[in-house]
Design a binder for this molecule. Structure first.
Ligand code: HEM
Ligand code: HEM
Length: 179
């Protein structure tokens, strides 16, 4: 018989896996991959969903049912999984996405993403999330919700997204998927 599964593993199997994959590699591209993400960042997001500063109908309900201990256990579980990379969308040298990621947009004073998310997209400790390998559809959606203010838990990102056009968001999201 299989050993009894308790704690975070049980919550993952019963709840999170349906949308994020048992190993944190979601298949549906509007659901974020959680594998390999910084645990501190994951705990902050769950707390923000619970408090409502990050508005999302699905995740607010989910996070509302979790204790601090559950959140920390789930964050540790997902952060220790390995992210599976997608096929690159656009990682060509000289692409608009690469230019924005590495150099920002001078005309509108958008800073380089690499400054806070790292040259390899692995993020920086502890609250600067990993972006590399994330689904482009999810990244684009986050940039949009930072711009509308629906995702109000990140003043820096709201300012940055507020200065970006749809085409710039799409280009950098595609680049990030292939990072
Ligand atoms: C976002 C955790 C269950 C759908 C997130 C994020 C975390 C998370 C940490 C934010 C990721 C990031 O910022 O990169 C969890 C945990 C779950 C769970 C620990 C189980 C307790 C689910 C389920 C669904 C779901 C069952 C689908 C019914 C989503 C979606 C987003 C999201 C759509 C993106 C929300 C947005 O656009 O802001 N989840 N999740 N999650 N999750 Fe979950
Ligand atoms: C979060 C993209 C520049 C700091 C995020 C997220 C995305 C993103 C998609 C959400 C990740 C997720 O939900 O898993 C970008 C892009 C940038 C950029 C495309 C360049 C155009 C920067 C810069 C800084 C920064 C320059 C620092 C000054 C942060 C922080 C978070 C974040 C702190 C976490 C917010 C939270 O706690 O919810 N970024 N970023 N980003 N970014 Fe950026």
């Amino acid at each position: 018989a299989a050993p009894a599964v308790n704690g975070p593993e049980k919550i993952v199997q019963n709840v999170c896996a349906a949308c994020h994959g048992a190993d944190g590699n979601s298949v549906i591209t509007t659901n974020p991959k959680l594998a390999g993400q910084h645990p501190e960042y994951l705990v902050k997001q769950l707390t923000n969903f619970k408090e409502g500063t990050r508005a999302n109908a699905v995740m607010s309900g989910m996070a509302g049912a979790l204790s601090q201990e559950d959140m920390e256990g789930l964050a540790k579980y997902f952060s220790s999984q390995s992210i599976k990379l997608n096929k690159a969308k656009s990682n060509g040298k000289g692409s608009l996405g690469e230019k924005i990621y590495r150099g920002g947009i001078a005309a509108t004073q958008v800073p380089a993403c690499a400054a806070c998310h790292g040259a390899t997209g692995a993020g920086l400790p502890k609250q600067f999330p990993r972006l590399a390998g994330q689904h482009a559809d999810y990244t684009l959606q986050q940039l949009r919700t930072f711009r509308t203010g629906e995702r109000a838990n990140a003043p820096m990102m709201m300012t940055i997204a507020g200065k970006m056009s749809d085409a710039e968001m799409q280009a950098v999201a595609d680049y990030i998927q292939g990072l």
